[in-house]
Write a protein that binds this ligand. Structure first.
Ligand code: MIC
Ligand code: SF4
Length: 755
């Protein structure tokens, strides 16, 4: 039986009336995305047309998911909201804080030793406030959600950007910062600008070496890392219905890499099969009752250009396997000779040192079984592994079943390391080097979603390429980045030429899923007696002190850093070794922007302290301004804050006295996170004004006392020679977001309202 079936039934009961009303107000057939959005309005039945890309809308999500690294800050904030229990079903998943080193059993034990304080905190807060808790080792949040909680037509938010994975089961699932989740946990509405809609029509059929991963790698190439910003991507067509549910999850998952608000697919038989296989007959039956409401109206998919803001068509029969990278997930190369050319032109190491299969993107039973069919061929054909191989199963249920069915054994025979059911190397929790900063240049291939510099192993010289699990396995065996398993032969141990056959696998385990201990802990019905202790000396957890409002008079602020080029949340608040401080704002603030490149000297973590004229690290310089009572400003390029949902990337600068972040453009989640923490997230009205900003600038806000929706702000940059540039800064704050600014943070406002 499914969790929270009553809630799911209620959603389906309301769905018909709400969707029919929505069709009336919109006045034409509806996409699936619109059906889900309009049936989750905070106000209930739809009463008016909502303008895509323009109207801010209050929604009522059905559920919330948090992972350990972000849950700490989310729950520390929720504890201040003055509520006794969460208002909607919520779960916490321990998956990010487990380092991959020796293999699952040793690594999990180690994580439980070194992070017990954090896990105990999360477990007791969950127990107190009615939150379902998934222990370390239970699996990666998005796989566990897909297996247990996602349901067609539902809406969820999660404090992780890959929450979007649940689109594989026909949800609108959106990644948010912790403060957004706190709103919904506290029983309030959740606000989002009504998204634009991109339709992706998949014709043809996947076959041979091509996998769902290649679909999203192709979409990333077409749309780039910014192309999905502010939009929901809805997939449809024969190529969509013919692929597995977990394959759809892979495609939706990596929609985060194109900046999409989320991605989704209409309810179909693959989803029904998956629901039934994962012990949710009840959900499948209930969904079948309202089937037509769980996919777009027929006219929409017949004439998509009339209903979507943009339509892309991909013929799966013509799509071949791709490798995306290095350093960005949208740089696509076909496997084989195209890679030989590009690698030599760009000096990418052609030898591959590691292949990694796993992450929330590609760690399903189907993924492991297809990759293992390649591994089995290596054994059968006498091939020796040319690189190392690491595997992170997505959940204990997948691991247990894959072990039962002999899949893991195949990898083990090739000396692969089976790591914990957790994020591991995907988030830098990988003890690959003792001194990553000085580690050699090398290439790795993985089935993950992100490949920003230093992400997996902390080594700036690691060139990480993203591929499907089956291609990852083949390339790891061949040890060459440009190996094309469709064409190239390999020489085996006996000196014979051999070739791989096409991968094979099972969409779902033929003998069904099985698991002994899935790692779930239900909360007590009444948790009021549960005591949540945070030691004042802890280096990992720190209770929050409310932020003071910045106010409407910012004068004499100093430029902290003008960031050059890509500045993702990994550059603003690095993960890996810093994950240990995710519950301690002051400690984690010591990594603020240390990965960002200073536009004036192209160095990282080396900025001018205008008070002393000396150069130092970004966090120290920010602290120096703060202790002198001076606000500072961060300037950045395009798509600033791309990547993670981690609100630390906003809270840390806020804690260090940064009043405003002024950039050419923002990634959605990060922009909201800045607003929530009561600071200014601004964009250059004229992009080229970025070039006017100089290293010694002092900044005055000329009209912040007139801060109002739709009205740009005027900033004066005073340069060291006394000359000035006055520039216009746009913003997207609506009135309630301006109220957050005025109160010092959104949380301050909730507290005031609940007092
Ligand atoms: C990621 O993939 O970058 C993470 C780590 O899962 C983040 C969340 C975090 O930083 O804790 C995300 O994607 O939101
Ligand atoms: Fe974990 Fe990686 Fe997925 Fe983020 S992208 S949730 S770090 S597996």
């Amino acid at each position: 039986m499914a969790f929270d079936i009553d809630m799911i039934s209620k959603v389906y009961q309301q769905m018909k009336e709400r969707v029919d009303k929505a069709r009336d107000v919109v006045g034409k057939p509806l996409t699936l995305s619109e059906k889900i959005l309009y049936s989750h309005l905070w106000e209930g039945n739809p009463t008016k047309l909502l303008v895509r890309g323009k109207d801010y809308v209050d929604f009522a999500p059905d559920r919330i998911a948090c992972q350990d690294a972000t849950a700490q800050m989310a729950l520390l904030q929720f504890m201040q909201a003055g509520k006794s229990t969460v208002a909607v079903p919520t779960t916490v998943h321990c998956d990010h804080l487990i380092q991959a080193k020796e293999g699952a059993s040793t690594d999990l034990k180690h994580a439980n030793d070194v992070s017990s304080e954090v896990f105990n905190f999360l477990e007791s807060v969950s127990n107190k406030y009615g939150i379902g808790f998934w222990k370390p080792g239970a699996g990666i949040i998005h796989q566990v959600v897909l297996e247990n909680y996602a349901f067609p037509g539902g809406m969820m938010i999660g404090t992780d950007s890959h929450t979007v994975n649940a689109g594989g089961l026909g949800m609108v699932a959106i990644g948010v910062g912790g403060a957004d989740a706190v709103d919904v946990m506290a029983g309030m509405a959740w606000e989002l600008k009504f998204p634009k809609l991109i339709g992706v029509k998949l014709t043809g059929k996947l076959s041979g070496w091509t996998a769902p991963k290649d679909v999203i790698l192709k979409v990333a190439e077409i749309l780039t890392v910014k192309g999905g910003t502010g939009a929901i991507v809805e997939y449809f067509g024969p190529g969509a219905t013919s692929m597995s549910c977990t394959g759809k999850g892979t495609i939706c998952n990596m929609g985060a890499e194109i900046g999409a608000t989320t991605s989704t697919f209409g309810y179909d038989e693959s989803m029904e099969r998956y629901l039934r296989a994962t012990d949710r007959e009840d959900v499948a039956n209930a969904a079948n009752e309202v089937k037509d409401y769980l996919t777009a109206d027929a006219e929409v998919y017949a004439n998509p250009e009339h209903y979507f803001d943009q339509v892309i068509e991909i013929n799966l029969s013509e799509l071949g396997p791709l490798l995306n990278g290095p350093f960005t997930p949208d740089l696509s190369t076909e496997v084989g000779s195209e890679m030989t050319k590009k690698a030599s032109a760009n000096d990418w190491p052609i030898a591959v040192e590691w292949g990694l299969i796993g992450s929330c993107t590609n760690s399903s039973y189907e993924d492991l079984s297809r990759a293992s069919s390649i591994a089995q061929q290596a054994l059968d054909k006498g091939l020796k592994m040319k690189s190392e191989l690491g595997i992170n199963p997505g959940s204990e249920q997948v691991r247990y079943t894959a072990a039962r069915d002999g899949i893991l054994e195949v990898f083990e025979k090739l000396d692969a390391k089976i790591f914990t059911n957790a994020c591991g190397p995907c988030i830098g929790q990988w003890a690959r080097y003792s001194d990553p900063k000085n580690a050699p240049k090398n290439s790795i291939v993985h089935s993950f979603n992100r490949n920003f510099a230093k992400r997996a192993d902390g080594n700036p010289n690691t060139h990480a390429f993203v591929a499907s699990p089956e291609i990852t396995a083949a390339i790891a065996i061949a040890g060459r980045l440009d190996f094309n398993p469709l064409k190239d032969k390999l020489i085996n141990e006996n000196g014979e030429e051999v070739m791989f056959d096409e991968p094979t696998g099972w969409e779902l385990p033929p003998k069904g899923f099985e698991v002994k201990d899935n790692g779930y802990l239900a909360p007590e019905t009444d948790g009021s007696h549960v005591n949540v202790a945070v030691s004042p000396d802890s280096e990992r957890l720190q209770l929050l002190t409310p932020f003071e409002p910045i106010g409407d008079n910012i004068k004499g602020a100093k430029l902290l850093i003008k960031a050059f080029g890509k500045c993702t949340t990994d550059h603003i608040s690095m993960a890996g070794p810093w994950l240990r401080f995710r519950g301690h704002l002051d400690n984690i603030a010591n990594n603020t922007l240390i990965g960002a490149v200073n536009a004036f000297n192209k160095k990282t973590n080396f900025v001018k302290n205008q008070l002393t004229g000396e150069f130092g690290g970004v966090p120290d310089t920010a602290r120096a301004y703060k202790s002198a009572g001076i606000y500072s400003i961060v300037v950045g390029d395009h798509n600033y804050g791309e990547g993670s949902s981690r609100e630390h990337a906003a809270m840390q600068p806020r804690h260090l006295g940064v009043a405003a972040v002024l950039v050419k453009s923002f990634a959605r989640i990060h922009e909201t996170n800045l607003k929530k923490q009561g600071m200014l997230g601004l964009t250059f009205a004229n992009e080229s004004d970025y070039d006017l900003i100089q290293e010694d600038d002092t900044i005055n806000f000329l009209d912040l006392d007139q801060f109002a929706p739709g009205k740009p702000l005027t900033l004066e940059f005073v340069h060291s020679d006394g000359s000035k540039d006055v520039i216009s800064a746009s913003h997207t704050y609506n009135q309630s977001q301006i109220d957050w600014y005025n109160e010092g943070s959104a949380l301050n406002l909730i507290k005031k309202q609940n007092a």
